[in-house]
Design a protein around this ligand. Structure first.
Ligand code: DGJ
Length: 710
């Protein structure tokens, strides 16, 4: 079984390729219990894991605190001075002294086991439960924390509640990887030495944010794409969050992660509890590439709702029409899209209320009176008659001041008494922590989906929180930061339960809500509003570090690009988008007949390789995508698909040959283009010579290479 008791207070959590040993030690002098990580690395036998618990402990001096960084949840209290993972205040005492209550392993079925360690404060009726879930088919370990205010006590104020702290084993140096960004520039990979100190990545926006994404990876500085040990920590949460990586001056690194951000406080009344979302840990010894593949596999097995489905080729109207959505124009686009082989047609913003621009109507989810006097039924019937599925854009959390809904329910917006209601993108945020708001949202969403027979919703969210309060529910202050996100999850979950055929895409003004939390409820996510293929390569590279291609929506749009003004050949644009879930977002009536013909051919090619791209193992082969020659490979069963890119045509610097990876060395592979056959070993050692990488030629050359294992 995945959780092996080593003695009465140590457990080896075993995954297919790793072992994580934790124990609860009780200080004989103070009686304080400190659940601690003893080991996290390559898989050990139970005997070796037991020995690990007997190894000499780290040196602890009275002036520094290296011991606490190994704790599963360093609390604010006692001899700890680091960034606390749990901080609570009882009346005037802001300090916790945990005692062990019990620890036990629970079989959750389906190859999953859960270890719960229950602690309680020495004096106040306050419980902390540390939970660890491990499954037999993934190296990702899930952890979370529950805190409970005892019913016999008084209220407790929680100022920090992380889901877990992970200790990264000793090394001479450390390197940190993560992604940062901005609107239209999301998910930019950043990798560099980890300085001594506390490195905080956070969102204070109420959504995951464009500026950072809730994961970090740590290595000893020498891991490559294919080799080396990598430790990763990610948070499955779509609201505000904080990941603190502490590199102690005495050596030693830990990563503590959870929801919420600095300054937010949660009050627990007697009998109340607060459960933190899962923080995930992954150890991999195959470099960043293997780590990513393990994250992808985890997402497919345990996160995404429809991992076995092939995501359809969709068309989205946003870049072509913006808010000017009319039945005639959408059907004109739809006719061309269907002829190209598009399978799902999504009508974006502009179909409801009086929505002619972004100043108005969020909340008034009825068809635009002037543009759709007869409703939307005709448009969607027309789309279905063309043989496509039907999708629609919504922004259920958005609220325009200029709307019937706001006039009727100004109290439904997040707001604070005696404070302004700041607008961003000329809108407010609806408080999804409220039962009445959720009921209303579920009601109209369900009606919309049913009446129009929708197969797909693009669920957008276009602004961060401001004045995030709920004055009518004083006790709920600051809870809205959590309960709003949970409310969104709940509405999405209930909607899916009621309409099992419905598929959902997560979007937040581009890639503002890309995370393992939202992916439990959505089939795809939109990584960026920037559809320039060159820029998109960088975004996709960052995306692929954690998230699988099957969840990455990618459109081919017009050239020059609407955001960057850069012109690029159709093939390059397609080859970039074909590395994820291909979509089309251009103004098709403006495409030449030659472009439309080529597009149809490329869509047909995509469908032939789609299972491999969406469900195969992904290997980032070479180069910095978008900046130089690069390639990405996918393998599923007998098929191997490689996208090769060369943005700078006349660059003389190599590489010229592309070594493949992840193949069976002894098997023969046939190159689809010329029928030549090569051993996997040859392709991995000697490589292929892609035409797109030849030194003389135009900018933005690309190709798709397909091989079949004979
Ligand atoms: C932001 C999204 O990222 C875009 O794709 C588009 O849906 C607009 N919102 C619509 O307002």
């Amino acid at each position: 079984m995945p959780v092996i008791p080593l003695d009465d207070h140590h457990w080896a959590i075993t995954t297919p390729a790793s072992t994580y040993v934790i124990g609860v030690e009780v200080d004989p002098l103070t009686g304080e219990a400190a659940p601690r990580q003893t080991y996290w690395g390559p898989r050990l036998t139970p005997e070796a894991a037991r020995q690990v618990t007997c190894l000499p402990k780290r040196h602890v001096s009275s002036f520094s605190t290296p011991a606490e960084i190994e704790e599963l949840l360093p609390v604010d209290g006692g001899t700890r001075w680091g960034s606390p993972s749990l901080q609570v205040t009882f009346g005037h005492a802001r300090s916790l002294e945990p005692r062990l209550v019990e620890a036990g392993v629970h079989d959750e079925g389906g190859g999953a086991e859960r270890l719960d360690v229950v602690l309680a404060d020495a004096y106040h009726p306050f419980e902390v439960v540390l939970s660890v879930r491990v499954r037999d088919d993934t190296d990702v370990i899930e952890r979370w924390t529950t805190v409970r205010c005892g019913s016999s006590g008084t209220e407790v104020v929680v100022t920090r509640l992380d889901s877990g702290n992970w200790f990264i084993p000793d090394a001479a140096a450390y390197r940190h990887s993560g992604v940062f960004g901005a609107w239209a520039e999301e998910l930019q990979l950043q990798r560099g030495p980890l300085p001594v100190g506390e490195l905080v990545f956070t969102s204070r926006q109420g959504v995951t944010s464009h500026t950072a994404n809730p994961w970090v990876m740590i290595d000893a500085g020498a891991a490559t794409e294919e080799h080396g040990e990598v430790w990763g920590v990610a948070l499955a949460w779509s609201g505000s969050w904080r990941l603190t990586t502490t590199h102690r001056p005495e050596g030693g690194v830990c990563v503590s992660g959870g929801f919420g951000h600095d300054g937010v406080r949660w009050t627990l009344a007697p009998g109340e509890e607060l459960v933190a979302p899962p923080v995930l840990g992954l150890y991999s010894d195959g470099g960043f590439g293997a780590a990513s593949r393990s994250w992808h596999e985890y997402a497919r097995r345990h996160v995404l709702p429809t991992p076995l489905e092939e995501q359809p080729v969709l068309y989205n109207s946003w870049e072509a029409t913006a808010f000017a959505v009319t039945e005639a124009h959408q059907l004109e686009l739809a006719k061309t899209a269907a002829a190209l082989g598009v399978e799902l047609f999504v009508v974006d913003d502009g179909w409801f209320g009086g929505r002619d621009d972004d100043t108005t109507s969020l909340g008034d989810w009825h068809p635009h009176r002037e543009r759709f006097p007869e409703g939307l039924g005709g448009m969607f019937d027309g789309i279905r008659d063309l043989g496509m599925r039907a999708g629609l854009w919504v922004e259920p959390e958005g609220l325009s001041k200029e709307s019937e809904l706001y006039r009727a329910h100004p109290e439904w917006a997040l707001h604070m008494e005696h404070r302004r209601r700041d607008e961003k993108r000329q809108q407010l945020v609806l408080n999804f922590a409220r039962d009445d708001v959720r009921e209303w949202a579920l009601g109209w969403l369900d009606r919309l989906v049913t009446e129009l027979g929708l197969d797909y919703l693009k669920w957008d969210m276009n602004r961060p929180f401001t004045q995030a309060g709920w004055p009518e529910r004083e006790a709920a202050q600051d809870r809205v930061w959590i309960e709003h996100t949970r409310g969104v999850y709940r509405v999405m979950g209930l909607l899916r339960e009621r309409r099992p055929g419905l598929r959902i895409e997560s979007c937040a003004g581009g890639g503002g809500r890309v995370d393992f939390g939202i992916m439990r409820y959505t089939d795809e996510v939109w990584p960026s509003d920037n559809t320039d293929a060159r820029d998109r390569q960088t975004v996709q590279h960052g995306f692929s570090q954690l998230y699988p291609a099957s969840a990455m929506s990618a459109w081919v749009t017009d050239s020059p690009n609407i955001t960057t003004g850069r012109a690029m050949p159709l093939r390059y644009r397609f080859h970039v988008a074909m590395a994820g879930v291909l979509g089309i977002g251009g103004n098709l009536p403006e495409w030449t007949s030659g472009e439309l013909e080529a597009a149809a051919e490329l869509i047909a090619q995509y469908k032939r390789v789609r299972p491999t791209v969406q469900h195969g193992l992904q290997y980032r082969l070479a180069g910095t995508p978008g900046q130089e020659r690069s390639a990405v490979q996918y393998v599923l069963g007998d098929q191997v698909v490689v996208f090769v890119y060369n943005p700078l045509g006349n660059a003389k610097r190599g590489p010229r040959r592309l070594r493949l990876t992840g193949l069976d060395p002894e098997a023969l592979y046939e190159l689809e283009a010329d029928g030549s056959r090569w051993y996997g070993a040859t392709l991995m050692a000697g490589g292929i010579r892609p035409a797109a990488w030849e030194p003389i030629g135009a900018d933005h050359r690309s190709e798709m290479v397909v091989l079949r294992k004979v």
